[in-house]
Design a protein around this ligand. Structure first.
Ligand SMILES: *[C@@H]1O[C@H](CO)[C@@H](O)[C@H](O)[C@H]1NC(C)=O
Ligand SMILES: *[C@@H]1O[C@H](CO)[C@@H](O)[C@H](O)[C@H]1NC(C)=O
Ligand SMILES: *[C@@H]1O[C@H](CO)[C@@H](O)[C@H](O)[C@H]1NC(C)=O
Ligand SMILES: *[C@@H]1O[C@H](CO)[C@@H](O)[C@H](O)[C@H]1NC(C)=O
Ligand SMILES: *[C@@H]1O[C@H](CO)[C@@H](O)[C@H](O)[C@H]1NC(C)=O
Ligand SMILES: *[C@@H]1O[C@H](CO)[C@@H](O)[C@H](O)[C@H]1NC(C)=O
Length: 296
């Protein structure tokens, strides 16, 4: 008991002794080996090498899960082959990933000029670029949640912004060593001219491989996502501006995500099991509703 108390006290001192950095500005940068940590300590951004690869990528993962789970990758198809990577904000307020401090490997494309651009990793896991001069801290010049990798996080959209044309889609990693998009993509389908009911689909290459069946205003005709559950609430929004699916946690201490899987071709809802210290499949689409709508 005494030992546990001592350890806890030590951890507390250790944690408060170092201030957590969740943002940086034009005069700072993130180099390979340093990280950003969200204020509440849940998420971390940094450089990593996937699987057996030695390539370096910038990604965001859960800080408190022992199984490294990278849910977002910046330079998905443009790896860096040494540790010279540097994430910076350039003079026109865009986030840039530099190789050997000169070539741009990856960048954001915000057209708005910011007076005092800063990059911040939020408690939701969203990496945002915003203007510190702008009083509204929720106006983003760019946000990683608009450019998903293979994972849909709570509060993230899978959808289509009809005003800007931006489509928030997920695509599986090619394999464990390579986060570049593989064969499978999931997104939202909607015909704004005919006002058809929106639909979630999975593509294999350019071929439609699975669809949920149209949203009827209350639910999809057959997706397991809709089953009553204690973990998350589910929302489908469609209006003149945008069409999207999103989910939010009912219980903030539950960790659940949706991942597009290249190996199985399923989009899995995973939940973190604290006891087993492992991810568990809560359900898997289309596997769990194949009998009804695997093929069109
Ligand atoms: C890495 O390579 C080893 C040996 O080839 C293999 O056994 C292991 O499964 C690989 N790990 C991953 C994550 O691909
Ligand atoms: C690393 O990448 C750079 C730029 O793509 C390339 O010129 C260089 O040859 C690569 N180095 C190695 C050791 O692969
Ligand atoms: C900043 O980065 C963006 C994206 O790479 C680029 O279009 C723009 O020209 C850069 N601005 C400067 C001043 O380098
Ligand atoms: C990168 O280059 C700029 C100017 O080209 C220099 O001011 C800066 O110190 C360099 N940063 C690193 C980490 O080498
Ligand atoms: C929230 O989830 C945690 C962990 O699964 C559980 O211990 C707790 O009872 C849940 N709280 C509510 C209000 O359901
Ligand atoms: C995909 O599914 C396989 C088999 O269930 C699993 O081993 C692997 O971890 C999954 N990949 C991802 C990215 O979840």
């Amino acid at each position: 008991m005494v030992i546990v108390t001592l350890i806890l006290a030590f951890l507390f001192l250790f944690q408060t002794g170092f201030s957590v950095v969740d943002k940086f500005d034009k005069f700072q940068s993130i180099s390979d080996g340093t990280t950003l940590i969200s204020k509440d300590g849940s998420f971390e951004l940094g450089f990593f090498s996937p699987g057996n690869s030695t390539n370096r990528y910038v990604g965001i993962w859960y800080k408190n899960i022992p199984v490294r789970t990278v849910f977002w990758v910046a330079n998905r198809c443009s790896p860096i082959n040494d540790s010279s990577g540097l994430l910076t904000i350039n003079n026109t307020g865009n986030l840039e990933l530099l190789y050997q401090n000169k070539s741009v490997v990856w960048s954001t494309s915000s057209s708005k000029q910011a007076t005092k651009p800063i990059v911040q990793l939020l408690d939701s896991g969203n990496l945002v670029l915003r203007d510190e001069e702008d009083g509204n801290s929720e106006t983003y010049l760019w946000q990683s949640f608009d450019y998903p990798s293979d994972t849909t996080m709570p509060g993230m959209k899978l959808g289509w912004n009809l005003r800007t044309g931006l489509k928030q889609r997920v695509s599986a990693w090619r394999n464990w060593d390579d986060p570049c998009p593989g064969d499978f993509t999931a997104g939202v389908e909607y015909d704004p001219l005919r006002h058809t009911f929106p639909d979630i689909y999975i593509l294999q290459g350019t071929t439609k491989y699975f669809r949920t069946g149209p949203w009827n205003g209350i639910r999809f005709s057959g997706t397991p996502e809709q089953r009553p559950n204690p973990l998350y609430s589910y929302d489908f929004v469609y209006n003149d501006d945008e069409v999207y699916f999103t989910f939010n946690l009912k219980n903030k201490s539950v960790i659940t995500i949706l991942v597009m899987n290249q190996t199985t071709s399923h989009r899995d809802r995973l939940t973190w099991n604290e006891e087993d210290q492992a991810w568990q499949i809560y359900y898997s689409a289309p596997k769990d509703n194949c009998d009804r709508m695997c093929a069109e």
